[in-house]
Structure formats: structure tokens, C-alpha cells
Design a protein around this ligand. Sequence first.
Ligand SMILES: Nc1nc2c(ncn2[C@@H]2O[C@H](COP(=O)(O)OP(=O)(O)OP(=O)(O)O)[C@@H](O)[C@H]2O)c(=O)[nH]1
Length: 669
Amino acid sequence: MLTFVGRGWGCARALAPRATRTSLLVVPGPRPALTFGAAPESWATDRLYSSADLKEKLDMSRFPVENIRNFSIIAHVDHGKSTLADRLLELTGTIDKTKNNKQVLDKLQVERERGITVKAQTASLFHDCEGKQYLLNLIDTPGHVDFSYEVSRSLSACQGVLLVVDANEGIQAQTVANFFLAFEAQLSVIPVINKIDLKNADPERVENQIEKVFDIPSDECIKISAKLGTNVESVLQAIIERIPPPKVDRKNPLRALVFDSTFDHYRGVVANVALFDGVVSKGDKIVSAHTQKVYEVNEVGVLNPNEQPTHKLYAGQVGYLIAGMKDVTEAQIGDTLHLRKQPVEPLPGFKSAKPMVFAGIYPVDQSEYNNLKSAIEKLTLNDSSVTVHRDSSLALGAGWRLGFLGLLHMEVFNQRLEQEYNASVILTTPTVPYKAVLSSSKLIKEYREKEITIINPAQFPDKSKVTEYLEPVVLGTIITPDEYTGKIMMLCQARRAVQKNMMFIDQNRVMLKYLFPLNEIVVDFYDSLKSLSSGYASFDYEDAGYQTAELVKMDILLNGNIVEELVTVVHKDKAHSIGKAMCERLKDCLPRQLFEIAIQASIGSKIIARETVKAYRKNVLAKCYGGDITRKMKLLKRQAEGKKKLRKIGNIEVPKDTFIKVLKTQSSK
Ligand SMILES: Nc1nc2c(ncn2[C@@H]2O[C@H](COP(=O)(O)OP(=O)(O)OP(=O)(O)O)[C@@H](O)[C@H]2O)c(=O)[nH]1
């Protein structure tokens, strides 16, 4: 068993907002050094390092607690968090003002390619205002529901938030979810209406929504264009005036919360810390409350926005610390660090992750097992919301079963494995964690408990050995223009959802609450919702426990051989339509081969759907008339390389991406 399974040693966070929210249950982790490539040229690091006032800038004692503001920027996806962060970095001189500053805090390749934030990023800004020098610690957070664990974790280091709302789109589902995270953590909320430059912007309507839904007086809203920089100074002013300084005591012994960390191949763990009490300096001997291991602090500093060493860090401040932690298990997010001779009561830390979907992951080639193991270890250190269990399969060999917070999370993790670690993997059908109450005494003895959680469909116990099956449910929030309500209600019904609430948030926007079986929304609900509503509806969900369900295990077979990647658990009433859809989709995706292929969906020995792929011979040499042997050799070599990307099931060769394509249809029926 890998050591990082169930790293949620940490205790329930006292401040925990929305205890049931999925995102809260997570202990995210550090980024690897690989992601810290060269900083964008626009970063003014040279200026900071070489300027005459460098020494003065890095003396953190010049920021008394009352001059510190710790805040996060939270919002629905694409409402402009990272763009506002850019403007704040520019306004405070942290980065030079150039036209090239676009989401500079989104450092990962996957973030830049997808145009989304997946990892919260910290930056310390030095700001002079009315003769006082302020230290503003900004945390830019992701907007997508799959990454909202980053939001909840970031909030533990803050006293306030900027709640950014798009002036055209208005309040969306993640706006509501993020507001409640901040509200329940008792943080000051500054509503910022962004994109007022847009032609269809209607800031007054959004102000009214904010007043109605969040009970925040409309005159507290700040209207800006982060893109053009319009009125962003008012945001800086509001941060100073409306967010309280942290409540800390520098005279107490050191108490530092590790709220994030990265892994550097040369320096080991770089921990992001928020100091709740005391002071930490280079050379201090510190202790991890979790492991009780002692370390010497090699470096402390602030992120401005990249690392800048300082002499010390003081309570109330947020920065980084390097103390020679070399092993992945030493870098626990949520840990409390204290001085060796001054033990303290540990901070509450964070709850462990509660994965919403599980998928098997296997090396394409078993000889790559150890490389993949090391890549997964490093990446889960970077993102410890991923849970890892060792797994093996007859067809796929040794591998792991990973738990993710959603499908986008799974895709991003897979993309990062490929991009940052050059790993080539096979992913199996994502499944939600079902439960079974066992009736078979043999099984109860084997599992040593009556109620088991099933994260691998291959281990789904037969109906004859079970009293009942349970499926996870979530409370979903949908916000949509009124005209789409009817269609959306039909979609929800088709997904076996039960309506819980409905309210108008303004004259033509509706907020719907539904209880959904998790497996009905995990794969493609969001895509269907977006296409039904021409992109206008938004969706967010939180954990709502379990309900009984009639479940069956469904196999997909190719010429009688079970495709391990596609074994899935489905609701009894949907087995036929899902099986049929998967067979049809496989037929579309499978390349024709030299012989006929029968694609079948079965429940036990009962075949419930079938499709056939006709035989076909792909002769890559067909176009090579005459005797150009080098050209023929080239084509044959290319064909051989292509075969490496294939998976063999019986004698059938299946391209790796076929299964991912097929999975997309799984819950659409
Ligand atoms: N017109 C206009 N566009 C803006 C403004 N602010 C941001 N945008 C654009 O909105 C898009 C999303 O901006 P981001 O800053 O990446 O949004 P985000 O909230 O950080 O996105 P996620 O991190 O993925 O949730 C980008 O194309 C920005 O250029 C604005 O004030 N006006």
C-alpha cells in the first residue's frame, strides 16, 4: 500500500465552512518544482532583488499586524479572478505594467492551455497608502467546482475575500458556493462586479442579485473592469478598509499552518505557511506536530510573486519555508509547525479528501510501473486531494485506483502526468463510491464489516450476497435564465433527480436545487446543461450522503472478452440504454480490423445490447506503387509506432483514447 492513502490524518478544521461540501473534505498538496519554470519576463523580480530598497523591503518586521491584510479572490469560473490579480500585482508594483500580463499567477502548463486556474497561488504585495506600508497577501483561487477544495483551504489563511461577479453573467452557481464558504468561515466579503466594459454589462442588476441572494447592501459593491484596470484602485482601498488584520500574537511561541506546499527536487519540500503566532527565522529548529520530526529552517521568505527570501516571518504573515523535508510523507498539508523547545496546541488543520469519482490507472507498458509510481507520488504530493490505492487487474496488470473530486480533476491529473512526467497511462471508467450492505457471512468475515464501500466495479458484490446497495447523492444548485427552466427540469428528471427548491434571484433568473444521484452528474451532466441553456446555466454541488439504489454491474465484451476499462456499475433502469449507447459508441470509435468484432453489453450472463464492426484490412502500403523500398519501410515503421498506442483485448487492437470517448456517452442516456 502506498503511504499516501488516506493522508487525512488531520483533524476536522474548526473553522470548517459547509461541513458537507465536497471541496471541503480535501487536503490538497504541493506543487512540484517542475511547475516552477522560468517566471514570465514581465515579473519585476530583478527590480526587487537589485534595487537599493531591497533590504528594507525584505525586512518583514516593518509590517506590524495592523498593516497586514490576507485575502482570497473567489468567483465563478471565468469571472475574472486571475485578471484582477494581474491588475493588483501591477498597481502595487509587484510586476511591471506591460500588455503581456495575462493571468500571471496561472503558472502550470495545464492552466495556460485550458485557460483555467486549477491551483491556488499566493502573492505578497507591498503597498503604500496614506503614509503607511501595507502587506497584502493575495491568494488567487480556481473557480471550477472540482478545484474548490483549493478555495476552502486558501480561506484558512485569510480574513477576507474579494467575491468577483461578472457584470454580464451575474451570480452563478459557484458564486453562491464560494460565498457560503467565505461566509461560514466568517470572513469579510467584498463584492466586486467585474467586466463593466462589456456591451451587455448590467452592473445594477448584478448589484440587486447580490443584495437579494447574499444580503449584502448594493452600495458595498465595487464596479470594475479588471481587463482595462477601471476602478481597481477602489478594490485596493476596500481591502485595506474593510478586511480586518489577522488576530495573532507575535509574543506567543511559533504556530505556523502549512496550507500548501511544493516539491523541489533539490531543496525538498517548500511549504506555504500562514503564521498564527510567533516568529520564524532561518536557523530555527522546528517540529512538525504531525510527525514530531525536527528540522532546521534553511530559508524563509515571501512569494512576490516568486520566492524572495526574508530574514524572518512574523505572525499574521503568509510566506514559504524550506526546512530540508525530503520525503513526500513529511509534507503534510494542514500540519502545524512549532519551535522545538516550545510545543503548542496544533491548529485544526484540514479534513481529508472525499473523492467523488474513482478510476483505475495502469501503465501502458508494465515495464513503466516504477516510473509511473514515482510520477504519481510526486503529483499527489502536489495535489493530495487525490487518493491512491494499489490495484491490479488480470488484463491491465499492476496499477492503482485513484480517487478524484470530479471528472475535470481526473482529466487535469492525467494531463499533468503526461505533460510533467511524460507518463503514458490507461484510465478505466470512472465510478462513484457505491456502498453495499452485506448479507453473506462469508463476505462479512472477509471484509470484516457489514457495510462496504466499492470503488472498483470489478469488486461489486453479487445481489445474492447483499441486503441493499447504496449510491452517493449530492445537492446540486443550478442557476439559469428563466426561459430554460422547463428543459432543465426535464434533464434533471431524466437524471433521477428530485427537486428540493426553486427561487427567482431576479426577474428572469432562477436558482434550482435538486438532489442528484452522483453517478448521474459525474460524466457529462454539465455539458448537457450547457448545451440545453446555450451556455447560460451554471452548476455546483455538495455532498449529501447516500440513498438506496437498485444497482447492477455491467460488462462490455469484445468478441467475448471483457474490456476491463469499461466495467461499470449502473442503475438497473438505465442498464439497457447505457449498454446500448456504449456499444454504439464503441462501434463508432473502434477502428475496423481484419476480422469482424462483436461488441456486447452484459449483466452477468445476460446480453443486453450488441453491435458489430465489420472486417476491414488496412493496407498502409496500398498507395506505394512500384518499388520505393525506403518509403515502404518508413510507412511500416510508422504503423509499428502507432501500435504501441494500442491496447490488445483478445486479438483486437484498441487505441487508448477509444475508452475515454466511449465513457463520455455513459450517463447521457
Ligand atoms: N471584457 C472583459 N473581459 C475580462 C475582464 N476581466 C477578465 N476578463 C476576461 O475573462 C476571461 C476569464 O478571465 P480570468 O481572469 O482567467 O478568469 P478566472 O475567474 O481567473 O478564471 P478561472 O480561474 O478559470 O476560474 C479572460 O478571457 C479575461 O481576459 C474584464 O474586466 N472585461
